[in-house]
Ligand binder design. Structure first.
Ligand SMILES: NC(=O)c1ccc[n+]([C@@H]2O[C@H](COP(=O)([O-])OP(=O)(O)OC[C@H]3O[C@@H](n4cnc5c(N)ncnc54)[C@H](OP(=O)(O)O)[C@@H]3O)[C@@H](O)[C@H]2O)c1
Length: 231
């Protein structure tokens, strides 16, 4: 860390883990560019964080929006460089989550697009602006490793994101590329996965932040981590 404020892009920053990470980075002096599709919710969520957090509403699947995120980040950065990308925005796909035999192929394409293709596409447009020792955090899930009934689309996408992260890490050895499983969190996405169930025993997303910050600020080699390992 030097005295220059660092600059991050965090996707899906209007609530849940993305907002918790945005708050934590802003409190530590980072410039943060955040997105989400629901413009008003995003703007209201980050307004209290001050001018170092810039809301760029949009859909991560939109190529023009991805360019706008990168342009905003290079614009707010003192040196025009981006230090960190957190690919956090994600979708479960159709709800309630169907078994694979009932998962419409077009919906599977949609899940893979949001959870795998667009995170890589964002990295691609940001790559030439990333610091040589830049950090990529791709938020993954235990559903990418374990086989839970009904989690076929989402789980397959997170497995793919894990492997994408591993290969990106060997292709870009000066970067730190982490696939990070944040663990169960009490969020809108988690409630969507368990409709009608009481999820109040799950920890709030703030509980997952310390482990992710430890990776961002540390020197762990690229790889797949759960927050429980690094907290
Ligand atoms: N919650 C858990 O238990 C859990 C467990 C393991 C892994 N994870 C992972 O943790 C990450 C965060 O999940 P969360 O539970 O915090 O989710 P969340 O509370 O539902 O928040 C999701 C955020 O992503 C935004 N978003 C969704 N689709 C988007 C898109 N296409 N473009 C831009 N923004 C988009 C949402 O805003 P808009 O709807 O306005 O776009 C929102 O800001 C995800 O990668 C998830 O897979 C979660």
């Amino acid at each position: 860390m030097n005295a220059t404020p660092h600059t991050a892009i965090v996707t899906g920053g209007s609530e849940g883990l993305g907002l918790a990470l945005t708050v934590a980075l802003a409190e530590r002096g980072w410039n943060v560019v955040v997105d989400a599709r629901h413009s008003q919710l995003l703007i209201e969520a980050v307004a209290p964080l001050g001018p170092s957090v810039v809301a760029v509403p949009g859909d991560i699947n939109d190529p023009t929006h991805r360019l706008a995120l990168v342009a905003s980040a290079t614009g707010v950065s003192d040196d025009g460089r981006i230090d960190l990308i957190i690919n956090n925005a994600s979708t479960l796909g159709p709800l309630p989550m169907p078994a694979l035999l009932q998962l419409p192929p077009t919906d599977l394409v949609g899940v893979l697009t949001t959870n795998v293709v667009s995170p890589l596409a964002l990295i691609q447009v940001a790559a030439s602006h990333l610091t040589v020792d830049g950090c990529i955090i791709n938020i993954t899930s235990d559903a990418g490793v374990a086989a839970y009934e009904g989690w076929g689309g989402y789980g397959t996408s997170k497995s793919a994101l894990d492997q994408l992260s591993r290969i990106l890490a060997v292709e870009q050895p000066t970067w730190r590329v982490y696939a990070v499983d944040p663990g169960d969190m009490r969020t809108a996405m988690h409630q969507d996965a368990f409709p009608g169930q009481d999820i109040s025993d799950r920890p709030l997303p703030q509980h997952s932040v310390a482990g992710i910050l430890a990776l961002i600020n540390g020197s762990q080699p690229s790889g797949r981590y759960s927050v429980a390992q690094v907290r």
